[in-house]
Write a protein that binds this ligand. Structure first.
Ligand code: NDP
Length: 333
């Protein structure tokens, strides 16, 4: 697979370049950036042969089969639509867009063009989340009553840019982390949240955008979800708990980019540690994407999943800002 990177980003540097090159002899031909200087240095550091600030130049290159978009959030939609129009397959970072309508438009455009379009929700690719999903689906915890997800982290200094001060670029903890939690909950429970209530705030880092949020979601089955996301919690750890009529699952330290954390299942029979696969989450996401391009199955998280995680996150933001319960608007999906 011949790739172009759209966005010379930290996530590309830290995880995705390795993942794209690891699958099916992946080859990165281009990096597209907004800054010639940054692009040149990024390309040199990562041994990428060509760099440009003009996306159209890359899209005119017939050798490029797929693009990985990891620019700031407000750019995703236009870059994806242009790539789709040029017949490229697109793996797009979350959140797909700034509005549900834009995200729906991206998915519809990809479908009409017959290209593969996916959202880079890495957590559903982890062995730990798959193990939790497997226990739920096995019935061992009975009917799910509630799910608590805590994803309050400390944003490292090198990421404390647009995320904490630029609403126009899609900053704020809700588009950054609540979207991931929404995708996890949908993946684990196989249901889409119906409505949400929420409180958001600034707890030391945000400037013009929220850096912390807590919300409660109503699920169609009657289960309740409680979610906590923040940029300002150095020692909180992360994890999720799923509580059912016959047992509870405690997955500690699993809301991560690396395969780590522990899972414990507690039932009337006692406590047991649950093993899981330690494969690389991002490699798995790229593998599923490449398979889908080759006609083998679906991406791990497709465009609809990206629309739905965004819809939940935006409902959480609306609920926090309005102080009312908000129904999740999935844009017809
Ligand atoms: P960064 O802040 O590292 O990069 C975003 C953009 O900022 C780059 O594309 C680049 O713009 C510009 N930029 C970065 N560094 C420099 C520099 N030194 N000089 C000039 N410009 C610079 O973003 P992240 O990697 O943190 O996030 C990118 C996207 O990926 C977001 O949409 C985010 O939500 C998503 N993400 C997803 C994760 C996941 O696990 N799925 C994890 C982390 C992020 P340009 O390319 O236009 O020059």
């Amino acid at each position: 697979m011949h790739w172009a990177l759209v966005g010379a980003s930290t996530i590309a540097s830290d995880h995705m370049i390795n993942a794209l090159r690891s699958v099916d002899d992946g080859w990165i031909d281009w990096v597209v950036t907004g800054s010639v200087l940054h692009g040149d240095s990024f390309a040199k550091t990562h041994d990428i042969p060509k760099t440009t600030t003009d996306l159209e130049v890359v899209l005119a290159d017939a050798a490029v089969q797929a693009v990985y978009i990891s620019s700031t959030n407000e750019k995703h939609c236009a870059q994806a639509l242009a790539s789709i129009a040029a017949g490229k397959h697109v793996l797009c970072e979350k959140p797909l867009a700034m509005t549900v309508a834009d995200a729906v438009g991206m998915v519809q455009a990809a479908s009409a063009a017959g290209v593969t379009f996916a959202t880079n929700h890495h957590l559903r690719c982890s062995g730990s989340h798959r193990a939790v999903q497997g226990i739920i689906n096995s019935g061992r915890i009975g009917r799910v009553l509630s799910l608590r997800i805590h994803h309050a982290v400390h944003l490292p200094p090198h990421l404390q840019g647009w995320r904490i001060n630029d609403a126009g670029a899609g900053g704020g903890v809700i588009p950054d982390i609540t979207v991931h939690d929404a995708d996890c909950v949908r993946f684990l429970l196989g249901q889409d949240p119906v409505s949400v209530v929420a409180q958001s705030g600034v707890s030391g880092m945000g400037a013009g955008v929220e850096d912390s949020v807590m919300s409660v979601w109503a699920m169609p089955s009657g289960a309740m979800v409680m979610a906590h996301e923040s940029f300002t919690h150095p020692f909180a750890g992360s994890g999720l708990e799923v509580h059912g009529t016959l047992g509870s699952i405690f997955a500690r330290g699993v809301m991560t980019q690396a395969p780590m954390g522990e899972i414990e299942l507690v039932t009337a029979a006692g406590r047991e540690v649950v093993p899981y696969s330690g494969h690389n989450l991002y490699v798995e996401a790229v593998r599923r994407f490449a398979d889908a391009v080759a006609g083998r199955g679906q991406p791990a998280a497709d465009g609809r999943d990206g629309v739905k995680s965004l819809a939940v996150a935006l409902a959480v933001r609306d609920a926090a800002l309005s102080g009312t319960r908000c129904h999740v608007n999935y844009g017809g999906f």
